[in-house]
Design a protein around this ligand. Sequence first.
Ligand code: MRU
Length: 362
Amino acid sequence: MLVNGNPRRTIWPTSDGVVEIIDQTRLPHEFVTVRLENMRDAEHAIRSMQVRGAPLIGVTAAYGVALSMKHHASDAALKATCDMLVKARPTAVNLRWAVEHMREFLSPLPAVQRGEAAWNEAARMADQDVAINAAIGQCGLAIIREIHQRTRNTVNILTHCNAGWLATVDWGTALAPVYAAQVAGIPVHVWVDETRPRNQGASLTAWELAQQGVSHTVIVDNAGGHLMQHGLVDVAIVGTDRVTATGDVCNKIGTYLKALAAFDNGVPFYVAMPVSTLDWTLQDGVKEIPIEERGEEEVTHLSGLCDDGQIRRVRITPQGSKAANYGFDVTPARLVTGLITERGLVAANADAIRTLYDSPRP
Ligand code: MRU
């Protein structure tokens, strides 16, 4: 997608054999790129959320394995690399999926071949992510088009967190249908939940929509229910970090409350999901999905651009008040209207999800 009018991806190999990323902790006020020169850099980028969003975390980890294999390609090095990367963040299953894929792909190869093979495989996974998200966009476009044909009005879409192109290699998941609608000439407007505590909506979703020229409005996280009661939301589309085999959806904290409000107001609530985000091993999302708990300071402090042009961090809670910081929650399948995937739209239930197992890839 576009940055200052120029097409970019979120991660790319450089001519001197390392990887570059956009440092998402610096957006929206600064556009800074960072070189990942080794596996530790990749692990740090994931852990510190320089890169975030389930699909991008997965591709970054794949490149992390490739950076490691350039120098140390023994069985022991492969194991140590994969074991370290997989622990960088707990909730997004794409991380495990990507690391385990690299482990299985590289294990049978002689060590001498692993460096080049890993690099090519990581690049293939990045390209595949782009193709998958483009297909998700086309699948979700049909939903937006149907609403537009029915209402003959701008389609108002509510989204939570950032599941746009910044969360993937390109296009995004939840925002891919929005970009596809823009290309198709359908008028759209996005309600952007700010998404406390890290404000991925306010800082990342708003930034990328502005860069693409998509009409949008940032709202506080608690506004969604009110907007739905007043008929100002046609459809909610969110991304996801892990979906169980039964259709329970784990996504950024606060998603569940939006799904409840959507259910109460008859607003369709869709989840955009690459099939790699399915965790076939899980049945009950609330009981089984590990929820990342992050540092208190993400709740007790905020940082932003001050009027004097300086970026500063300020405390917003009383000194001494404790804070809890759960990163994700689980929306039960019964609240989900459908799963928008690269293999088509499916209901959020075990029977429908099973059909994704052997349906063709884009
Ligand atoms: O903590 P983050 O920023 O990695 O959380 C990201 C989200 O919750 C996204 O909505 C989800 O990963 C889907 S990204 C396509």
